[in-house]
Structure formats: C-alpha cells, structure tokens
Design a protein around this ligand. Structure first.
Ligand SMILES: *[C@@H]1O[C@H](CO)[C@@H](O)[C@H](O)[C@H]1NC(C)=O
Ligand SMILES: *[C@@H]1O[C@H](CO)[C@@H](O)[C@H](O)[C@H]1NC(C)=O
Length: 131
C-alpha cells in the first residue's frame, strides 16, 4: 500500500473504532505517517499533541488540518505532566487497562516472548510483565 492509502486506511479504522473523529490525538511516534494519521483522524476544531520526536522534519498535510482549525500542540519530555497523570490514574478518571494487550511472567522464555510480541505482535499495544 502507498503512504496515502496507509494513512487513509488508518484514519478510517480510527474513526470506525471511535464512532467519529477524535477531539484530541497524541502522536507518540513523530513520523510523517503517524502525524498525518493523527491530523486526519482528529475532528475539526480538535487538537493534536505531538509527543514523539521521531524526526526533526516531518512532511504532513498541514494545510487541510489548518482549514479544519486543528491546533497542534508541542510538549517536551512530559514536563510537569506526571502529577496530573498520576492523579488521573489514581482517581480512575482514565482507565488505561484496555491498553494492556499482553501479560507475561519473568522467566527467560517469557521475556523473549514478550519482546517478540511487542516487536511483531501486530495487535500488541502495551506488553507487561507480571513481577
Ligand atoms: C468532542 O467535542 C465535541 C464538540 O465540542 C463534544 O460535544 C464532545 O463531547 C467531545 N467528546 C469528548 C469525548 O470529549
Ligand atoms: C517524510 O516525507 C518526506 C516527503 O515524502 C520524505 O522526504 C522524508 O524522507 C520522510 N521522512 C521520513 C522519516 O520518512
């Protein structure tokens, strides 16, 4: 698939999963493709927070995003975000459990499997160890 087809397919998948465009997206990778997907999947008037610093120069469809009044927000190294995040987790305001897709024990074999799953798992989002 071409770059454009990949991005279009990802955007469709996200919109389908969310039932609509999302209000706030976080690009945690920082690549042409992930940022293009974030901009496309975000609804008009929404925000895209660029967390990932994959490359210093990205080629993304910025003009269509600007036409839809999407704000791009930068953040560096999560400064001052930990207390707020910890509070969100503590209070149950956000539930991160659905992001955990796999759990492994801590034997040599399981650790290897976990890294394999993380690298090639396809559907893996967060791979955790049970200690
Ligand atoms: C997204 O934004 C719309 C319009 O402001 C609002 O009605 C809706 O509740 C928001 N969705 C979420 C999940 O916050
Ligand atoms: C981003 O896209 C531009 C234009 O297609 C390309 O020149 C550049 O190499 C891409 N960057 C990466 C990291 O793929």
């Amino acid at each position: 698939m071409s770059f454009k087809q990949d991005v279009a397919a990802e955007i469709e998948q996200i919109k389908k999963a969310m039932g609509a465009g999302v209000n706030v997206s976080f690009d945690c990778a920082g690549f042409n493709k992930t940022m293009s997907t974030a901009l496309g999947a975000t609804c008009s008037g929404g925000q895209v927070c660029l967390v990932g610093m994959g490359h210093s120069i990205m080629t993304v469809p910025l003009t269509p995003a600007a036409v839809r009044e999407i704000d791009v927000i930068g953040i560096f190294r999560y400064k001052n975000t930990w207390p707020l995040c910890i509070e969100f987790l503590r209070s149950g305001k956000i539930d991160v459990k659905p992001l955990i897709t796999h759990r492994y024990g801590f034997s040599q074999k399981e650790v290897e499997e976990a890294f394999e799953t993380s690298a090639h798992g396809g559907k893996a989002i967060k791979v955790m160890f049970n200690l």
